[in-house]
Design a protein around this ligand. Structure first.
Ligand code: FES
Ligand code: ZN
Length: 444
Protein backbone atom coordinates (compact mmCIF):
# COMPACT_ATOMS: atom_id res chain seq x y z
CA UNK A 1 0.00 0.00 0.00
CA UNK A 2 1.25 3.46 -0.92
CA UNK A 3 0.27 6.65 0.81
CA UNK A 4 1.11 10.09 -0.57
CA UNK A 5 1.82 12.57 2.18
CA UNK A 6 1.05 16.26 1.86
CA UNK A 7 4.19 17.64 0.26
CA UNK A 8 4.44 14.75 -2.20
CA UNK A 9 6.47 12.28 -0.13
CA UNK A 10 5.36 8.69 -0.44
CA UNK A 11 5.02 6.20 2.41
CA UNK A 12 5.13 2.57 1.49
CA UNK A 13 3.76 -0.17 3.69
CA UNK A 14 6.25 -3.03 3.68
CA UNK A 15 6.67 -5.67 6.36
CA UNK A 16 10.10 -7.25 6.90
CA UNK A 17 10.15 -10.80 8.29
CA UNK A 18 13.05 -10.68 10.78
CA UNK A 19 13.36 -14.49 11.13
CA UNK A 20 13.05 -14.19 14.87
CA UNK A 21 10.20 -14.32 17.34
CA UNK A 22 8.30 -11.24 18.45
CA UNK A 23 9.89 -9.71 21.54
CA UNK A 24 6.48 -9.29 23.26
CA UNK A 25 4.50 -12.47 22.58
CA UNK A 26 7.55 -14.69 21.84
CA UNK A 27 5.39 -16.76 19.49
CA UNK A 28 4.72 -15.07 16.17
CA UNK A 29 7.33 -14.00 13.69
CA UNK A 30 8.61 -10.44 14.17
CA UNK A 31 7.89 -8.18 11.19
CA UNK A 32 8.12 -4.59 12.43
CA UNK A 33 10.64 -2.51 14.29
CA UNK A 34 8.86 0.46 15.88
CA UNK A 35 10.64 3.77 15.17
CA UNK A 36 13.35 4.78 17.63
CA UNK A 37 13.45 1.37 19.36
CA UNK A 38 15.38 -1.86 19.00
CA UNK A 39 12.23 -3.94 19.47
CA UNK A 40 11.25 -6.49 16.85
CA UNK A 41 7.51 -7.15 17.00
CA UNK A 42 4.78 -9.08 15.25
CA UNK A 43 1.88 -7.15 13.73
CA UNK A 44 -0.49 -7.69 16.66
CA UNK A 45 2.06 -6.69 19.27
CA UNK A 46 3.01 -3.64 17.23
CA UNK A 47 -0.61 -2.47 17.47
CA UNK A 48 -0.44 -2.98 21.25
CA UNK A 49 2.81 -1.03 21.36
CA UNK A 50 1.16 1.97 19.64
CA UNK A 51 -1.95 1.76 21.84
CA UNK A 52 0.22 1.71 24.96
CA UNK A 53 2.00 4.89 23.87
CA UNK A 54 -1.32 6.65 23.31
CA UNK A 55 -2.66 5.49 26.67
CA UNK A 56 0.49 6.71 28.35
CA UNK A 57 0.10 10.18 26.75
CA UNK A 58 -3.56 10.41 27.76
CA UNK A 59 -2.95 9.36 31.36
CA UNK A 60 0.31 11.23 31.90
CA UNK A 61 -1.14 14.51 30.68
CA UNK A 62 -4.69 13.91 32.01
CA UNK A 63 -6.11 14.56 28.56
CA UNK A 64 -9.71 13.64 29.41
CA UNK A 65 -11.79 12.11 32.14
CA UNK A 66 -14.32 9.30 31.72
CA UNK A 67 -17.34 11.64 31.93
CA UNK A 68 -16.06 14.07 29.32
CA UNK A 69 -17.40 14.22 25.78
CA UNK A 70 -14.54 13.75 23.35
CA UNK A 71 -14.49 15.08 19.79
CA UNK A 72 -12.01 13.68 17.27
CA UNK A 73 -11.10 15.66 14.16
CA UNK A 74 -11.03 13.27 11.24
CA UNK A 75 -9.66 14.30 7.86
CA UNK A 76 -9.77 11.04 5.91
CA UNK A 77 -6.00 10.58 6.27
CA UNK A 78 -3.94 7.95 8.07
CA UNK A 79 -3.23 9.91 11.26
CA UNK A 80 -6.76 10.76 12.31
CA UNK A 81 -7.98 7.29 11.25
CA UNK A 82 -5.41 5.64 13.54
CA UNK A 83 -6.26 8.06 16.35
CA UNK A 84 -9.98 7.34 16.21
CA UNK A 85 -9.42 3.58 16.06
CA UNK A 86 -7.05 3.62 19.04
CA UNK A 87 -9.31 5.80 21.17
CA UNK A 88 -12.33 3.62 20.43
CA UNK A 89 -10.35 0.51 21.33
CA UNK A 90 -8.84 1.91 24.52
CA UNK A 91 -11.97 3.66 25.77
CA UNK A 92 -15.02 1.77 24.46
CA UNK A 93 -17.29 3.39 27.06
CA UNK A 94 -16.19 6.97 26.40
CA UNK A 95 -18.58 9.31 24.57
CA UNK A 96 -16.67 9.91 21.34
CA UNK A 97 -17.84 11.94 18.35
CA UNK A 98 -16.00 12.29 15.03
CA UNK A 99 -16.04 15.65 13.24
CA UNK A 100 -15.18 16.07 9.59
CA UNK A 101 -14.92 19.31 7.68
CA UNK A 102 -15.54 18.96 3.94
CA UNK A 103 -13.26 21.68 2.60
CA UNK A 104 -14.74 21.70 -0.91
CA UNK A 105 -11.39 20.87 -2.53
CA UNK A 106 -12.31 19.46 -5.94
CA UNK A 107 -11.19 15.91 -6.75
CA UNK A 108 -10.15 15.46 -3.12
CA UNK A 109 -12.61 16.48 -0.39
CA UNK A 110 -15.45 14.22 -1.49
CA UNK A 111 -13.09 11.21 -1.57
CA UNK A 112 -11.82 12.14 1.88
CA UNK A 113 -15.41 12.35 3.16
CA UNK A 114 -16.21 8.88 1.81
CA UNK A 115 -13.16 7.47 3.61
CA UNK A 116 -14.26 9.17 6.84
CA UNK A 117 -17.80 7.82 6.53
CA UNK A 118 -16.50 4.28 5.98
CA UNK A 119 -14.13 4.63 8.93
CA UNK A 120 -16.84 5.82 11.30
CA UNK A 121 -19.16 3.07 10.13
CA UNK A 122 -16.46 0.47 10.72
CA UNK A 123 -15.64 1.81 14.19
CA UNK A 124 -19.28 2.60 15.03
CA UNK A 125 -18.53 6.20 15.94
CA UNK A 126 -21.16 8.92 15.33
CA UNK A 127 -19.99 11.47 12.77
CA UNK A 128 -20.71 15.15 12.14
CA UNK A 129 -19.88 16.38 8.64
CA UNK A 130 -19.71 20.11 8.05
CA UNK A 131 -19.65 21.03 4.37
CA UNK A 132 -17.96 24.38 3.94
CA UNK A 133 -19.28 25.05 0.42
CA UNK A 134 -22.87 24.17 1.31
CA UNK A 135 -22.96 25.88 4.68
CA UNK A 136 -20.72 28.91 4.12
CA UNK A 137 -20.70 29.32 0.33
CA UNK A 138 -16.94 29.14 -0.11
CA UNK A 139 -14.31 26.45 -0.39
CA UNK A 140 -10.59 26.25 0.26
CA UNK A 141 -10.02 26.21 -3.52
CA UNK A 142 -11.49 29.72 -3.75
CA UNK A 143 -8.42 31.14 -2.03
CA UNK A 144 -6.39 30.57 -5.21
CA UNK A 145 -8.03 33.81 -6.37
CA UNK A 146 -6.63 35.80 -3.43
CA UNK A 147 -3.15 36.83 -2.38
CA UNK A 148 -3.11 33.68 -0.27
CA UNK A 149 -2.78 31.62 -3.46
CA UNK A 150 0.61 30.30 -2.43
CA UNK A 151 -0.29 29.93 1.22
CA UNK A 152 -3.41 27.81 0.92
CA UNK A 153 -2.34 25.34 3.64
CA UNK A 154 -1.99 28.16 6.12
CA UNK A 155 -5.46 29.60 5.30
CA UNK A 156 -6.84 26.09 5.50
CA UNK A 157 -5.31 25.67 8.97
CA UNK A 158 -6.96 28.87 10.20
CA UNK A 159 -10.34 27.89 8.74
CA UNK A 160 -10.13 24.36 10.16
CA UNK A 161 -9.20 25.52 13.65
CA UNK A 162 -12.08 28.02 13.60
CA UNK A 163 -14.80 25.59 12.56
CA UNK A 164 -13.58 22.70 14.68
CA UNK A 165 -13.62 24.88 17.71
CA UNK A 166 -17.10 26.27 16.88
CA UNK A 167 -18.59 22.87 16.02
CA UNK A 168 -17.13 21.41 19.21
CA UNK A 169 -18.71 24.16 21.29
CA UNK A 170 -22.08 23.84 19.56
CA UNK A 171 -22.04 20.10 20.29
CA UNK A 172 -21.01 20.55 23.91
CA UNK A 173 -17.73 18.74 23.39
CA UNK A 174 -15.35 19.11 26.34
CA UNK A 175 -12.14 17.93 24.69
CA UNK A 176 -10.97 18.03 21.08
CA UNK A 177 -8.42 15.39 20.03
CA UNK A 178 -6.20 16.20 17.08
CA UNK A 179 -3.99 13.69 15.29
CA UNK A 180 -0.66 15.53 15.60
CA UNK A 181 2.10 12.99 16.14
CA UNK A 182 5.66 13.39 17.35
CA UNK A 183 7.00 14.30 13.88
CA UNK A 184 4.34 17.01 13.44
CA UNK A 185 5.01 18.46 16.86
CA UNK A 186 8.78 18.35 16.51
CA UNK A 187 8.89 19.98 13.06
CA UNK A 188 6.44 22.69 14.19
CA UNK A 189 8.52 23.31 17.32
CA UNK A 190 11.69 23.73 15.24
CA UNK A 191 10.00 25.98 12.70
CA UNK A 192 8.40 28.15 15.39
CA UNK A 193 11.70 28.31 17.28
CA UNK A 194 13.54 29.64 14.24
CA UNK A 195 10.84 32.26 13.73
CA UNK A 196 11.53 33.41 17.28
CA UNK A 197 7.88 32.83 18.19
CA UNK A 198 8.43 31.68 21.78
CA UNK A 199 4.82 32.22 22.78
CA UNK A 200 3.83 29.83 19.96
CA UNK A 201 6.47 27.37 21.08
CA UNK A 202 5.14 27.33 24.63
CA UNK A 203 1.72 26.33 23.28
CA UNK A 204 2.98 23.21 21.52
CA UNK A 205 2.49 20.90 24.45
CA UNK A 206 0.28 17.79 24.46
CA UNK A 207 -2.57 19.79 26.05
CA UNK A 208 -3.77 23.27 25.16
CA UNK A 209 -6.05 24.69 27.81
CA UNK A 210 -8.97 26.96 26.79
CA UNK A 211 -7.98 30.58 26.24
CA UNK A 212 -11.53 31.85 26.80
CA UNK A 213 -14.67 30.56 28.42
CA UNK A 214 -16.51 27.97 26.37
CA UNK A 215 -13.48 26.99 24.28
CA UNK A 216 -12.82 23.24 24.48
CA UNK A 217 -9.52 21.84 25.66
CA UNK A 218 -7.32 20.55 22.80
CA UNK A 219 -5.19 17.46 23.21
CA UNK A 220 -2.75 15.41 21.12
CA UNK A 221 -2.97 11.72 22.10
CA UNK A 222 -0.43 10.70 19.37
CA UNK A 223 2.19 12.97 20.97
CA UNK A 224 4.70 10.17 21.57
CA UNK A 225 4.16 8.22 18.34
CA UNK A 226 6.18 8.73 15.20
CA UNK A 227 4.50 9.24 11.84
CA UNK A 228 5.70 6.01 10.27
CA UNK A 229 4.25 4.01 13.17
CA UNK A 230 0.94 5.82 12.91
CA UNK A 231 0.81 4.98 9.20
CA UNK A 232 1.68 1.33 9.89
CA UNK A 233 -1.03 1.20 12.54
CA UNK A 234 -3.69 2.30 10.07
CA UNK A 235 -2.37 0.03 7.31
CA UNK A 236 -2.19 -3.10 9.50
CA UNK A 237 -5.65 -2.40 10.93
CA UNK A 238 -7.03 -2.02 7.40
CA UNK A 239 -8.59 1.35 8.18
CA UNK A 240 -10.31 3.09 5.26
CA UNK A 241 -8.22 6.13 4.33
CA UNK A 242 -7.84 8.49 1.38
CA UNK A 243 -4.39 7.64 0.03
CA UNK A 244 -3.87 10.67 -2.21
CA UNK A 245 -2.50 13.93 -0.88
CA UNK A 246 -4.47 17.14 -0.95
CA UNK A 247 -3.78 18.99 -4.24
CA UNK A 248 -2.81 22.12 -2.35
CA UNK A 249 -0.07 20.34 -0.47
CA UNK A 250 2.81 22.74 -0.33
CA UNK A 251 6.38 22.50 0.84
CA UNK A 252 5.87 24.67 3.90
CA UNK A 253 8.72 25.58 6.29
CA UNK A 254 7.33 22.99 8.73
CA UNK A 255 7.56 20.29 6.07
CA UNK A 256 11.11 21.37 5.19
CA UNK A 257 12.05 21.02 8.85
CA UNK A 258 10.37 17.63 9.02
CA UNK A 259 12.55 16.43 6.15
CA UNK A 260 15.68 17.85 7.74
CA UNK A 261 14.92 16.21 11.10
CA UNK A 262 14.24 12.91 9.31
CA UNK A 263 17.63 13.07 7.58
CA UNK A 264 19.44 13.93 10.80
CA UNK A 265 17.69 11.08 12.56
CA UNK A 266 18.95 8.66 9.93
CA UNK A 267 22.51 9.85 10.58
CA UNK A 268 22.19 9.61 14.35
CA UNK A 269 19.16 7.52 15.36
CA UNK A 270 18.27 9.22 18.64
CA UNK A 271 18.35 12.73 17.16
CA UNK A 272 14.57 13.12 17.19
CA UNK A 273 14.24 12.13 20.83
CA UNK A 274 17.12 14.35 21.90
CA UNK A 275 15.68 17.38 20.11
CA UNK A 276 12.19 16.64 21.41
CA UNK A 277 13.43 16.38 24.96
CA UNK A 278 15.45 19.65 24.70
CA UNK A 279 12.32 21.48 23.60
CA UNK A 280 9.96 19.85 26.08
CA UNK A 281 12.09 19.54 29.18
CA UNK A 282 14.46 22.48 28.89
CA UNK A 283 13.26 25.25 26.61
CA UNK A 284 9.47 25.26 27.01
CA UNK A 285 9.49 25.26 30.85
CA UNK A 286 11.94 28.17 30.74
CA UNK A 287 9.76 30.14 28.32
CA UNK A 288 6.61 29.39 30.34
CA UNK A 289 8.27 30.83 33.42
CA UNK A 290 9.15 34.04 31.56
CA UNK A 291 5.69 34.27 30.00
CA UNK A 292 4.04 34.46 33.40
CA UNK A 293 5.17 38.09 33.44
CA UNK A 294 3.47 38.87 30.10
CA UNK A 295 -0.14 40.09 30.41
CA UNK A 296 -2.76 37.66 29.04
CA UNK A 297 -4.46 38.40 25.71
CA UNK A 298 -8.01 39.78 25.83
CA UNK A 299 -10.63 37.97 23.80
CA UNK A 300 -13.52 40.04 22.45
CA UNK A 301 -16.33 38.95 20.10
CA UNK A 302 -15.49 39.20 16.38
CA UNK A 303 -17.48 42.04 14.76
CA UNK A 304 -18.59 39.71 11.98
CA UNK A 305 -19.14 36.25 13.45
CA UNK A 306 -19.18 36.95 17.20
CA UNK A 307 -16.58 34.25 17.96
CA UNK A 308 -14.08 35.45 20.57
CA UNK A 309 -10.86 36.78 19.04
CA UNK A 310 -7.65 38.34 20.40
CA UNK A 311 -7.33 40.44 17.22
CA UNK A 312 -6.92 44.18 17.79
CA UNK A 313 -9.19 44.91 14.81
CA UNK A 314 -11.96 42.86 16.46
CA UNK A 315 -12.28 40.78 13.30
CA UNK A 316 -11.15 37.19 13.69
CA UNK A 317 -8.52 35.58 11.46
CA UNK A 318 -11.14 33.43 9.69
CA UNK A 319 -13.41 36.37 8.87
CA UNK A 320 -10.48 38.48 7.65
CA UNK A 321 -9.60 35.76 5.16
CA UNK A 322 -13.17 35.05 4.06
CA UNK A 323 -13.71 38.80 3.49
CA UNK A 324 -11.01 38.67 0.79
CA UNK A 325 -13.27 36.42 -1.27
CA UNK A 326 -15.93 39.16 -1.49
CA UNK A 327 -13.55 41.08 -3.72
CA UNK A 328 -13.14 38.19 -6.16
CA UNK A 329 -15.53 38.75 -9.06
CA UNK A 330 -15.10 35.45 -10.85
CA UNK A 331 -14.04 32.18 -9.29
CA UNK A 332 -13.71 30.18 -12.49
CA UNK A 333 -11.10 27.49 -12.68
CA UNK A 334 -12.78 24.66 -14.59
CA UNK A 335 -14.65 24.33 -17.91
CA UNK A 336 -17.40 21.84 -18.73
CA UNK A 337 -17.10 20.21 -22.23
CA UNK A 338 -19.74 22.34 -24.03
CA UNK A 339 -18.64 25.48 -22.31
CA UNK A 340 -15.07 24.86 -23.43
CA UNK A 341 -16.07 24.09 -27.01
CA UNK A 342 -18.01 27.37 -27.19
CA UNK A 343 -15.10 29.21 -25.67
CA UNK A 344 -12.72 27.60 -28.17
CA UNK A 345 -14.75 28.64 -31.18
CA UNK A 346 -15.10 32.23 -29.97
CA UNK A 347 -11.52 32.93 -28.81
CA UNK A 348 -8.38 33.73 -30.80
CA UNK A 349 -6.30 30.54 -31.06
CA UNK A 350 -3.02 32.27 -30.25
CA UNK A 351 -4.24 33.14 -26.76
CA UNK A 352 -4.89 29.54 -25.76
CA UNK A 353 -2.60 26.60 -25.06
CA UNK A 354 -3.93 23.13 -24.32
CA UNK A 355 -1.83 20.61 -22.39
CA UNK A 356 -2.53 16.91 -22.36
CA UNK A 357 -1.14 15.27 -19.20
CA UNK A 358 -2.16 11.68 -19.97
CA UNK A 359 0.25 8.89 -20.89
CA UNK A 360 2.09 9.52 -24.17
CA UNK A 361 0.45 6.60 -26.08
CA UNK A 362 -3.00 7.93 -25.27
CA UNK A 363 -2.06 11.43 -26.32
CA UNK A 364 -0.70 10.09 -29.59
CA UNK A 365 -3.79 8.06 -30.30
CA UNK A 366 -6.01 11.16 -30.13
CA UNK A 367 -6.15 14.41 -28.22
CA UNK A 368 -7.59 17.89 -28.53
CA UNK A 369 -6.48 19.78 -31.67
CA UNK A 370 -3.13 21.50 -31.13
CA UNK A 371 -2.64 20.01 -27.65
CA UNK A 372 0.90 19.71 -26.28
CA UNK A 373 1.89 16.56 -24.38
CA UNK A 374 3.26 17.02 -20.88
CA UNK A 375 4.60 14.13 -18.84
CA UNK A 376 2.28 13.76 -15.80
CA UNK A 377 5.39 13.07 -13.69
CA UNK A 378 6.27 16.75 -14.04
CA UNK A 379 3.80 17.36 -11.22
CA UNK A 380 6.26 15.75 -8.79
CA UNK A 381 9.17 17.87 -9.94
CA UNK A 382 10.67 20.70 -7.94
CA UNK A 383 9.20 24.18 -8.33
CA UNK A 384 12.00 25.50 -10.58
CA UNK A 385 11.72 22.73 -13.17
CA UNK A 386 7.93 22.81 -13.06
CA UNK A 387 7.68 26.54 -13.64
CA UNK A 388 10.41 26.58 -16.30
CA UNK A 389 8.30 24.29 -18.49
CA UNK A 390 5.36 26.68 -18.52
CA UNK A 391 7.23 29.99 -18.48
CA UNK A 392 6.98 30.52 -22.27
CA UNK A 393 3.17 30.44 -21.91
CA UNK A 394 2.87 32.86 -18.99
CA UNK A 395 0.71 35.38 -20.86
CA UNK A 396 -1.71 32.82 -22.31
CA UNK A 397 -4.71 30.92 -21.05
CA UNK A 398 -3.62 27.39 -20.23
CA UNK A 399 -6.02 24.44 -20.32
CA UNK A 400 -5.28 21.00 -18.91
CA UNK A 401 -6.67 17.63 -19.87
CA UNK A 402 -6.17 14.22 -18.23
CA UNK A 403 -8.23 11.01 -17.78
CA UNK A 404 -10.57 12.00 -14.96
CA UNK A 405 -9.96 15.70 -14.37
CA UNK A 406 -7.98 15.02 -11.22
CA UNK A 407 -4.32 15.14 -12.37
CA UNK A 408 -5.04 18.09 -14.66
CA UNK A 409 -6.66 19.91 -11.73
CA UNK A 410 -3.52 19.38 -9.66
CA UNK A 411 -1.50 20.99 -12.50
CA UNK A 412 -3.90 23.92 -12.60
CA UNK A 413 -3.73 24.54 -8.85
CA UNK A 414 0.04 24.38 -8.82
CA UNK A 415 0.30 26.88 -11.68
CA UNK A 416 -2.25 29.22 -10.11
CA UNK A 417 0.06 29.57 -7.10
CA UNK A 418 2.60 31.20 -9.43
CA UNK A 419 0.12 33.53 -11.09
CA UNK A 420 -0.58 31.50 -14.28
CA UNK A 421 -4.04 31.73 -15.80
CA UNK A 422 -4.63 27.98 -15.82
CA UNK A 423 -7.96 26.14 -16.19
CA UNK A 424 -9.05 22.56 -15.84
CA UNK A 425 -11.09 20.61 -18.38
CA UNK A 426 -13.72 18.56 -16.58
CA UNK A 427 -15.32 15.35 -17.95
CA UNK A 428 -12.40 14.78 -20.35
CA UNK A 429 -13.86 11.62 -21.93
CA UNK A 430 -17.02 13.48 -22.91
CA UNK A 431 -14.97 16.38 -24.24
CA UNK A 432 -12.74 14.13 -26.33
CA UNK A 433 -15.67 12.30 -27.90
CA UNK A 434 -17.42 15.59 -28.69
CA UNK A 435 -14.28 16.90 -30.39
CA UNK A 436 -13.90 13.69 -32.42
CA UNK A 437 -17.48 13.95 -33.58
CA UNK A 438 -17.03 17.63 -34.50
CA UNK A 439 -13.90 16.89 -36.51
CA UNK A 440 -15.61 14.02 -38.33
CA UNK A 441 -18.51 16.31 -39.20
CA UNK A 442 -16.13 18.94 -40.50
CA UNK A 443 -14.45 16.37 -42.76
CA UNK A 444 -17.75 15.22 -44.22
FE1 FES B 1 -5.92 22.01 3.86
FE2 FES B 1 -4.89 20.67 1.89
S1 FES B 1 -6.12 19.91 3.48
S2 FES B 1 -4.87 22.77 2.16
ZN1 ZN C 1 -15.12 36.17 12.83
Amino acid sequence: MKYVKCGGEVFEFKLTPFKTHCRYCKQKEAEIKPSGTSLLLCKECFLLFCEKKVKMAIEKHKMFGEKEKVGVMVSGGKDSAALLAILKKLYPQQEILAIHLNLGIKYYSDFAQVAVEKLCQKLKVPLIVYNLKEKEGFSIDDFVFTHFKNKICSVCGTIKRYYFSRIARENKIDVICTAHHLDDVLSTMTSVFFQGDFLGLSRLGPVIYPLFQGQPKKVKPLYYLQERDVFYYSAISGLPIEKCACPHSEITPVKEWKKWIEEKDKESPSFKFKLFSIFRKKLIPLIKKELKKVPKEDFLPCKICQEPTPSKSNICAKCRRVKLLERVKERKIEYEPDEFLNFLSSSPQNEIVIFDVREKEDFESGSLPGAIWINPELLNEKEKIFIKTFKPYKKKKLFFLCYTGRTSYYFVLRLRKFGFLAFNLSKPKELLSKIKWKLKKALV
